[in-house]
Design a protein around this ligand. Sequence first.
Ligand code: GTP
Ligand code: SPV
Ligand code: MN
Length: 600
Amino acid sequence: MSLTQHSELNRWIDEMARMCKPDQIVLIDGSEKQKQELTEEACKTGEIIKLNQEKLPGCLYHRTAQNDVARVEHLTYICTTLKEDAGPNNNWMAPHEAYRKAAEIFADSMTGRTMYVIPFSMGPVGSPFSKIGVELTDSIYVVLNMLIMTRAGQEVLDTLGAGGDFTKCLHGKAERDLNKRLILHFPEDNAIWSVGSGYGGNVLLGKKCLALRIASYTARQEMWLAEHMLILGIEEPSGRIDYLAAAFPSACGKTNLAMLIPPEGLHVKGYRIWTVGDDIAWMRIDTDGKLWAINPETGFFGVAPGTNSKTNPNALATVQKNTIFTNVVLNPDGTVWWEDGEGEPAEEGALDWKGNPWKPGMKDENGKPIPGANPNSRFTAPIEQCPSHSFRLDHHHGVNISAIIFGGRRAHLAPLVYQAFSWKHGVYVGATMASERTAAQYGKQGEVRRDPMAMLPFCGYNMADYFEHWLRMGVRMRWQPKIFHVNWFRQDEDGNFLWPGFGENLRILEWILARSRGELQAEKTAIGFTPRLEDIDMTGLNLSQEEMRKLFEIKPEDWRREMKDVSEFFKKFGERLPLELWAQHEALQRRLEELGGSSA
Ligand code: GTP
Ligand code: SPV
Ligand code: MN
């Protein structure tokens, strides 16, 4: 009997099943009953552990394989016919070779297992903004995560009908061997194949693979934007709400900013924050010529360490029920803990993310502390459980974006905030973003790398064309959002953060909103507009004049070094790089030269 009404979908499921050889195929219908049954089944095999249902109702625990704790960018490929179409920003493999290599790993890999068929919608079901995918997977953990992160089940199949378009997403855990792991994208076929991993971004194929890599490729053809951005609304007591979208690289503060709580000193102003999304924004120019954004997801896959009731009370409130915790500390009473979290871990009987007995203060043979939770441990939680979730989450064309913010983790160089002179300059600011590597990616931590628009690991095509696309989008808009750059992570000589961050970031967002409405004057510097210090409301926050000066310091020698690095980066794209970006680069060069040796 056919599984669905859609003949092309049925044919594809058959074909994939012939390769992977599962014992059975089960359609995910999105019902609570099926979810419970699958949870019970996964608990029997130990894939999932049920947490203390009194203290954490509906919460589950999972450990990944120890070699499988982050995205693997070196095993992630864009498989286009022409190598140039993937660009120097991506690993490339010819489609036929990629299919052949992965097919060898997939072959018979589901024998003795079940293949689940997950129909899902990125974006509100049926909205013209949304895209449908179908993920085949042999992991119940993936199914349970997808049920939180996306709109999944029968309703999506009904919308897909007998002939609708969908992204073919195939996932298999296989042996979870690093040498047999491949994350493959076929934008020309609207297909994704992921094999050999069981972790987050590698396997929840609606997220980075579909909603960013495949969607960015489609978005260029259809004239919209698929971006690695949070979306938040700031409501004033008058009822006016302005929405911002911000692109920060992985583990650089998107989730935190998306649900920030106004600091004590600004309480009297009566702001209310609305969380629309914490990771991905799909943005289109609507008939009014403005930019509108939806969050294609329905959940958070957030970094656990560092999340506590001081840094992010909304996130902590969100994860009290119906949450899946991955790679954190498991306490003997069935609760969880992570570094810089809430309270203390159990003195006795706790297990670390590897499943080993663990106590706070344990050290390895070199005397280094052994963390209990993996630095990239995560929670998967429904967005509607977030106290600040937006009432427009299911609105088919989302929210109107007033400002776009780029930002990275820079111990030096970038000031706390600056504004681009124009859309074109803003595209240059985004294109030249850089950040220090975090635990969200496999590789050397802390190293500064260029990460344009926070999309380096997620742009599904040649980034030179992506920059061109951004420039063209600007021309198409009647109302361009203003573009800004922030850096919450600047450090002093002793390596301490100069800016307190988190809720205090609202002080900077206030300036950004005022500037995007054209309400405030600003200082004109070589790199962009910066605030007159008196325009940042510092009520209730004690920072010395000297600290503020350091936060905004523009050191010409540092910028000159940066310019060299940027030009090396741009050269990788050869003649395909839009000339406009070189023009912006030269203009900045000239402005910096005018500064001479002194700082502005
Ligand atoms: P992905 O989910 O990987 O895309 O990450 P993200 O961009 O959502 O990052 P997240 O908000 O989870 O923050 C990552 C880390 O940065 C956490 O350890 C936070 O505590 C820390 N962090 C977030 N905001 C700030 C800030 O304003 N200042 C400082 N110093 N740290 C911050
Ligand atoms: C990121 O790394 O940007 C994440 C986590 O949001 S993952 O889904 O694993 O990509
Ligand atoms: Mn992310």
